[in-house]
Design a protein around this ligand. Structure first.
Ligand code: ATP
Length: 323
């Protein structure tokens, strides 16, 4: 098999704190190991618009602690087409990019699978605040997002308590309740609504508020994952059915920002170094993963076929402590 000389690196899909730390680890370990590195801006779009530049050790100075991504990120519709993918391969060939390291989520790894079929060697690094990548227990960005959401909800809790209100807080998670269940437990929410468990608002929210209100509880916190429904609709229903002053708060994109936590920086460094090691070992078309405390990897096919379930123990804990 041909030797790899030049590695391209890009960030794709939704941004997550720690993307910069992952880019830094990839660039530094690639250069230390004798590879040339090219940065590709705006996700796969950069391969369609030639938004590509040479990176050196200094290109990634002063980014380890910054949120966002110095390479920018994007969702590329053009790249989803056969024509777009062929154009991306042509670009790689023109720039002498022999292998790509893609930092992103499942969608981005589907992009890797498409490129791998066309002969580009790819490695995926799981980086998304949702922690919804099946092959890995952990995705870069998750810890920072959880702590951001927790701090915001703690602040809301203060004002909810002062006014003896109910707060319905919407956190990110279209298909997965990881952020909701963790922040709900951490902030002592009365109800945690997640997409994995069918929700009956009357039974799971209204009745619980009424019961605890009768027992003397004066303020109420409901954490809802965005995939379950809109906080505003739930808040209106709660107010109408309980008579308790209820406000909705959507945390939104604030959860994607901020300086990455220690955990996210360290996992980003481990995964970035492992991704380059895989290329050195000619072990191509893999997704890096964290299993327990160990960094490992799976073939892209295997990684995309895997399913992940929210830890039933965490759900059990949420049920017990959410009172
Ligand atoms: P997040 O979990 O944060 O949303 P993601 O990587 O899953 O991240 P997506 O928007 O699903 O985000 O995918 C990012 C990009 O990957 C898409 O815009 C597209 O360019 C590419 N992509 C997604 N699915 C495919 C596919 N089936 N084939 C080729 N490319 C794809």
């Amino acid at each position: 098999m041909e030797e790899i000389k030049t590695i391209g690196v890009l960030t794709s899909g939704g941004d997550a704190p720690g993307m910069n730390a992952a880019i830094r680890a990839v660039v530094r370990s690639a250069i230390f190991n004798g590879f040339a590195v090219k940065g590709i801006r705006h996700g796969y779009n950069g391969l369609l618009t030639d938004d590509i530049f040479d990176m050196n050790l200094r290109s990634v100075s002063e980014i380890i602690h910054r949120g966002g991504t110095m390479l920018f990120t994007a969702r590329s519709d053009e790249f989803m087409t056969d024509k777009g993918q062929k154009k991306a391969v042509e670009t790689c060939n023109r720039y002498g990019i022999d292998a790509l390291i893609v930092i992103g989520g499942d969608g981005s790894f589907r992009g890797c699978r498409a490129l791998a079929k066309l002969g580009i060697k790819c490695i995926g690094i799981p980086c998304t605040i949702d922690n919804d990548i099946a092959c890995s227990d952990y995705t870069i960005g998750f810890d920072t997002a959880l702590n951001t959401a927790m701090e915001m909800i703690d602040k809301l809790r203060d004002t909810t308590q002062s006014h003896e209100r109910c707060s319905v807080v919407e956190v990110m998670g279209r298909h997965a309740g990881y952020i909701a269940v963790n922040t709900g437990i951490a902030t002592g929410a009365l109800c945690i609504l997640i997409p994995e468990i069918p929700v009956d608002i009357d039974r799971d929210v209204i009745e619980r508020i009424k019961e605890t209100h009768k027992e003397g509880k004066k303020n109420f916190l409901i954490v809802v994952a965005e995939g379950v429904g809109k906080a505003l609709d739930i808040a209106e229903e709660v107010q109408q059915k309980t008579g308790i002053d209820t406000r909705a708060t959507v945390l939104g994109h604030v959860q994607r920002g901020g300086s990455p936590s220690l955990r996210d920086r360290v996992v980003a460094a481990q995964m970035g170094v492992h991704a380059v090691e895989l290329l050195q070992l000619k072990n191509y078309n893999r997704v890096v993963a964290l299993r327990g405390e160990k960094i490992t990897d799976y073939s892209i096919e295997e990684a995309l076929a895997m399913k992940k379930e929210l830890d039933p123990m965490l759900i059990g804990v949420a049920k017990v402590v959410s009172i």
